[in-house]
Design a protein around this ligand. Sequence first.
Ligand code: COA
Length: 704
Amino acid sequence: MRGPMISLERLFRPRSVAVVGASKTPGKIGHAVLVNLVASGFRGAIYPINPKEEEIEGLKAYPRVTDVPGPVDVAVICVPAPAVNAVAEECGRAGVGYLVVITAGFKETGREGAEREKALAAICRQYGMRMVGPNCLGIMDTSTPMNATFSANFPFQGRIAFISQSGALCAAILDWSLKRGIGFSKFISVGNKADLTEADFIEDAAADPQSKVICLYLESVEEGARFVEACRRASRTTPILVIKSGTSQAGAQAASSHTGALAGSDLAYETAFRQAGVLRVHTMEELFDLAQAFVRQPAPPGNRVAIVTNSGGPGVLAADAIENSPLTMARFEKETIDRLRKSLPAAANVFNPVDVIGDAHWDRYDAALGAVLDDPGVDGVLVVLTPTATIEPDVVAEKIVEHHRRHPEKPVLAAFLGGASVEEATRYLLGNGIPCYPFPEPAVSALAGLLRYRELSTAPAAVEEWTFPDVDRAAVEEVFSYVRRDKRVVLLGSEAFRVAESYGIPCAPSYLATTPDAARRLAEHMGFPVVLKVASPQILHKTDVGGVKVGLATPEEVKRGFVDIMESVHQHLPDSVVYGVEVQKMMPPGRELIVGVTRDVQFGPLIMFGLGGVYVNLLKDVAFRLAHGLTREEAHAMIRQTRAYTLLRGFRGERPADIEALVDTIGRVAQLVRDFPEITEMDINPVFAYEKGLAALDVKITIR
Ligand code: COA
């Protein structure tokens, strides 16, 4: 896997394709690939490679790739696994640009296969070839046209680029797409992703004028940061829809911190998708419902939707679905209502949803559509139709298309309920760019998807990384190397405070004392009252073992507190290693928050913010973001996402808390964990937020 590439133009528009392992025997994959390539109408040169044959399917065959007279842009490899690497080597020597390795029997089969795959990737690197697969169905491009797969079907030409990690699913979707009339620009089965990954294909599809929307079926992501970067850039011009199966192994492993426990296994993906501007869907149906809308309809200028229906029930269902989404029901202007009153019978509803009622003919839809689309307070329209005895679905369909042409800037979607009697009309609508669904709910969710994309693509582009120049890296390195020398992975509180302070995170003054007298001196120095906490990397729940004393107001109380803590801890946990007692300045009460970090294998550190204190796990009022690429705007957004935000703004007459200081701290924590990959977990809990400034009262850090 290598860095971002320039273009995959030659992969999808090759001048010549060699099929290595092409076969005369029907039923063999090498036969299917060759036949598909010819049948797709591919106009470049096709070279079957087979050591035993003179000609296959009327094409001259060559024993080896190196025997081919012209240059080979793409070699599709379908020879048995043990022969693949030797073939790849030959391709390298022949100057082939891209390999598409269909053969299975690599990483997915265990150690031997993984070794073979590594060697194959090394051969590609050595010769500067790029590779799709191994263990894939192949690739298609409908505008080239080229079918370099062994799929039984070639899709209609369309504007959806489909990238899939499952070859079997590709085959099933292709079959189904023919029935639903869905077209594709590109179809890519990524296989084991030993070289080219979904990030490469996303970048390529975003630059491809034929592709208007990118659909991804993902099981896992290899290079999290690169994936997020590629999607972030691509999604500004091309919507990306993803369906993700399975869950990541990360996250939940680290239950010793609050942040780790709150980060579910799917959370890193959810967070990454959000930050990358990717729209996640949960079913195949939804994926293509949305994709259709993206291909044919504009994103709505706002969230106000009008419904036109000929039946009350489905109209109400549609309205409910709208109110349960970020969309809202439009309120019509007076002119619109007057127009509707004039052209509809008295029993009709002229307010949203507009009900042209059950005995309507097409002309009432015509009049209603005209009126609502002209209303400047309407951003999009949903047309609901049930097949009554009087309605002419085909004529209504034609009218919808006509009205949409008058207002191409507003999305118009249809939900034609029923079966046989709306089939013709549905086909007409789909053929003319109006997504049509069998029920109101998928239409609403598609419309909501369009709106969400508008928000994503118009959000300010991330500027350069958000960093703080005043941090002291060396001080942190020093603490970590001391901890390592001490053969620990958990930092003492006082050490964790040093780390946090070095990155400008405001902390309550806190120092380690090893004797009662030292504790007294520290307390006198910082001023009473103080808090004492046992310092031991082995004791996670200090209060439970009598390891915490608060509000100590005199030198005597501090000295006695020190002794009491040592005795109590010794009684509860006689074997624990105790480094002493931390003396911390007792802070005035503030609003209790948590800022934490957990780490995901694919996506790196995740920052958490939320309501802090002892009820964190109970309330689960938290928001997550990836530390990589975190912006100030995102930090603000994550605060706003929690209910804690209500408290911070000032609840019941309280003055607002210092949100800017909090945003700052989130950014500083993100920088700390980006700078130090050895930090596996971190909890700052609680952080007290004040009207002015903050103070971290407890910091926990675990390193590798
Ligand atoms: N150069 C050129 N041709 C070669 C070759 C070489 N080095 N080695 C073998 N061949 C030829 C064979 O002679 C044969 O042609 P023939 O029919 O004229 O004899 C052809 O390549 C295929 O070899 P064969 O041994 O018949 O293999 P196969 O067709 O049974 O299986 C694969 C090959 C690649 C299909 C199989 O190994 C495989 O991986 N199947 C799974 C594929 C898959 O599921 N991929 C993932 C999908 S999502």
